[in-house]
Write a protein that binds this ligand. Structure first.
Ligand code: SF4
Ligand code: SF4
Length: 64
């Protein structure tokens, strides 16, 4: 399965809850200079936790 994590960057408030919730420490990172989260989709397992915890509904996880 190839997983896509879509980040609606304008919604991200930088709380980093998604980064903390992700079971793999190398998938999500908050980029201070860009002021939003970035995703390494090659490492994402598609568990969906990040989208569940985001208070701004900025993340959408999908796979095919
Ligand atoms: S879907 Fe799961 S593995 Fe992928 S970025 Fe979100 S929390 Fe991490
Ligand atoms: S949980 Fe949502 S608002 Fe918070 S850093 Fe992650 S994407 Fe941004």
């Amino acid at each position: 399965m190839y997983v896509t994590v879509k980040v609606e960057v304008e919604k991200c408030n930088g709380c980093k809850l998604c980064v903390l919730s992700c079971p793999d420490p190398n998938v999500l990172a908050y980029k201070q200079e860009e002021k939003h989260v970035v995703v390494n989709e090659h490492r994402c397992k598609g568990c969906g936790l990040c989208a569940t915890v985001c208070p701004e509904e900025a993340l959408t996880v999908s796979g095919n």
